[in-house]
Structure formats: structure tokens, C-alpha cells
Design a protein around this ligand. Structure first.
Ligand code: ATP
Ligand code: MG
Length: 353
């Protein structure tokens, strides 16, 4: 039987699950460096589980944190068109390779696209993924394994709808919370690069009321990076700010900078912009029952956003990292449409109106 996998490829992180475990790695890849050189570097500072290396069509790639550390030639693109064309396949296959327990396995996958690109790239993405992929995975000891990944079916859904599916369905893909099948719910999905807004009306995706903006968490990171540039003249790459912002300080050329105050200001400003976009976009949707905040950025901004949004907020369940709610919803949706001969009809509705 085919293994069902949910994959959420964000600009910040690639998230995937088969229902047993989650894979999360930064959405970065780069050319793998030559073996001898690599071995001497990796033995010292890379743990086995972080080593994600695959060969696709004759090119060897490091993926995720490994690429960030070791590849000289990194692809970390914030341009959406380029992102979908060049990166999706590499990131998706790297994620799938982690769930394989034999050299040959077949899958059905549910994958999300940003709202703004859903219609345009849905079929391109399906065609790109729905085929047999021969890849080679290399572990940290340099051992290579041939893998045959057969993708027999692909379902593409608008990214934030994953969080609605996560609440609507249980792990078996059956309807669990009826309100999500009956109500009109606004979803704000705050990611690294983008904020996606959409409405789930009786579990049906409505293109009206949907929007993608560039107000992701990286906007706040840019504000902080600019401030650092002003104070010390160094251009800090955005993805190198993750840890610094989390701990509240950064050391540049040996000198420490306190980031707490500027971080709070930047987050407050970003939340104000996100809330005003939502209030404007949904001004005529006064019949909306509630608003859900999701995405990794949602966990950071929720407390700032709540007082600024016009509507009732559904608290996100705290059982899981906010970044993973969409992808867990994709998997449940996959179980709903593929696992049983007669799927529950209430949820066969994610397709666009
Ligand atoms: N445990 C965590 N580790 C890292 N980042 C986290 C964590 N929890 C929340 N975040 C925040 O989550 C953000 C990424 O969220 P998410 O994974 O939803 O974005 P994305 O889907 O990759 O981006 P986009 O939706 O723009 O494509 C980061 O910018 C970070 O600020
Ligand atoms: Mg996302």
C-alpha cells in the first residue's frame, strides 16, 4: 500500500510527516562539496541526523542546515516563481527520503502551495512530482543508498487550509470537530516570508477573501538587520538571525548587541500591518464565525495580533509546534481522500470554488 505523506514547503522551513514522525529542516539547499574534503569537515561538527544529502539527476545536494553550514553555493531564494521551479522537487524528495524504510517505496502525497500561487502552479507541481524518482541518499559516513521513490498520486491544496483540516479531521481522516465543517472561518498563516489569508466556508476554500502578502516574520528580521547594519556596518544574512532573536542578543566581531527592545518593536509593527490587512480584506465578511492564527510566525505574533483583529480568535491547540499544523492537516486530508474506499463526503471540498 502507498504511504501517505504531507509536505509543506515554506520559504523558511520544509515540514513533512507520515503520521509517525515529523521532518523539519530549513528550506535551503546547495551543491554538495567533494567527498574527502567534506569528510574531514563533517566528522567534527555534524551529527548523523542532520546529514541530508541526495543526488538527483547527476547532481549532489546538501539540504537544510547542512547546506547552510557547508555548501559554498547556497540557494535560499525568496523569489516565489524561482522557488517553485527550482527548489520544490529537491526539498520534497529530500523530505520523502527520510521516511523510507526500504530502497523502493510508493507514496501518495498532499502538498500545499501559497494562496497566491495555488491556481497558477497547481498542475505544474503535480506533474513534476507525480512520477518515479531515482535518487541516491548519502549518509554522514559517506555510505550511498539508491532509492526509488514512486509517487502515485499528488493532491495540492492552498497552504493555510491545512490548519483547518488539522482541526476538522482526526488522525484517521474522519470528521472530528463539526464546527469546522459548518462555520465560516478566516485563517491567517504567518510564515517566514509571507502571510497568507484565506476563508474556509463550510470547509470549502474561497478564493474571495484570500490574499498573500510579503509580511512574513522576515520583515521583522529585515528591520532588525538594518538596525544592526546602522550600528556596526555588518550585513547579517536573515537566516543567521534566527538564534540571535531567540536568545535576544548577537555577537558581531566580538561585540555583543542586545536585540530584545528592537525585536519587540519590530514584531509589534509587523502585527499591526498584518491585522490591518486582515481587517481590510475581510471588512464585508462580518458573518465570519471566527479567525484562526497559524504558521510558525503565528506563534510569535499571536499575542500582538489578538487585540488588533476584528473578530473572535480560535486559540490554536498548543499540542504542536505552530509550524506543523498545516502539514499535519495535509496528512489527515490525505487519509480522508485515499485511505478508505468511501471517503467522508463533508471534506471532499478543499478544491477551489
Ligand atoms: N521552533 C521554532 N524554530 C524556528 N522557527 C520558529 C519556531 N517556532 C516559530 N518559529 C518561527 O516560525 C517562522 C517560520 O514559520 P513557518 O515554518 O510557518 O514558515 P514557512 O512556511 O517556512 O514560510 P512561508 O509560509 O512564508 O513560506 C520562523 O520565521 C520563526 O520566526
Ligand atoms: Mg508556510
Amino acid at each position: 500500500m502507498d504511504t501517505i505523506i504531507g509536505i509543506d514547503i515554506g520559504f523558511g522551513f520544509t515540514k513533512a510527516t507520515d503520521g509517525k514522525s515529523f521532518q523539519v529542516f530549513k528550506s535551503i539547499y546547495g551543491e554538495a562539496i567533494d567527498f574527502q574534503f567534506k569528510e574531514s569537515l563533517l566528522n567534527s561538527d555534524t551529527q548523523q541526523d542532520e546529514h541530508l544529502q541526495i543526488d538527483i539527476e547527476g547532481t549532489s545536494y546538501f539540504v537544510g542546515e547542512l547546506a547552510e553550514r557547508q555548501s559554498s553555493n547556497r540557494h535560499f531564494t525568496l523569489d516565489q516563481t524561482q522557488f517553485i521551479a527550482s527548489s520544490t522537487k529537491i526539498l520534497a524528495l529530500a523530505a520523502i527520503s527520510r521516511f523510507m524504510n526500504s530502497g523502493k517505496q510508493s507514496f501518495k502525497i498532499v502538498v500545499g502551495l501559497p494562496i497566491g500561487h495555488y491556481r497558477e502552479y497547481k498542475s505544474e507541481l503535480t506533474t513534476m512530482l507525480r512520477q518515479s524518482h531515482h535518487i541516491t541518499a548519502t549518509d554522514s559516513k559517506g555510505e550511498r543508498k539508491e532509492l526509488l521513490i514512486g509517487i502515485n498520486d499528488v493532491k495540492v491544496i492552498p497552504q493555510p487550509i491545512g490548519s483547518v483540516m488539522d482541526r476538522l479531521l482526526n488522525d484517521a481522516g474522519k470528521c472530528a470537530e463539526q464546527r469546522f465543517a459548518q462555520e465560516k472561518i478566516g485563517v491567517i498563516d504567518i510564515g517566514f516570508r509571507t502571510s497568507d489569508y484565506t476563508i474556509s466556508d463550510k470547509a470549502r476554500y474561497s478564493e474571495r477573501g484570500s490574499l498573500t502578502t510579503q509580511n512574513g516574520i522576515s520583515k521583522a528580521f529585515e528591520t532588525i538587520a538594518n538596525k544592526l547594519k546602522d550600528s556596526c556596518g555588518v550585513n547579517v544574512e536573515l537566516y543567521r538571525l534566527f538564534d540571535a532573536i531567540e536568545t535576544g542578543s548577537i555577537k558581531i566581531r566580538g561585540k555583543g548587541f542586545d536585540l530584545r527592545k528592537i525585536t519587540q518593536l519590530a514584531f509589534q509593527q509587523l502585527a499591526a500591518n498584518i491585522a490591518s490587512d486582515a481587517n481590510r480584506l475581510w471588512s464585508d465578511d462580518w458573518d465570519m464565525d471566527a479567525i484562526m492564527i497559524t504558521g510558525g510566525g503565528g506563534s510569535i505574533l499571536a499575542s500582538h495580533l489578538q487585540p488588533l483583529l476584528e473578530g473572535v480568535i480560535i486559540p490554536i491547540e498548543q499540542d504542536l509546534d505552530y509550524r506543523l499544523h498545516n502539514v499535519r492537516g495535509y496528512l489527515k486530508y490525505g487519509c480522508n481522500i485515499w485511505q478508505k474506499p468511501a471517503p467522508d463526503t463533508t471534506t471532499e471540498t478543499t478544491s477551489e470554488e
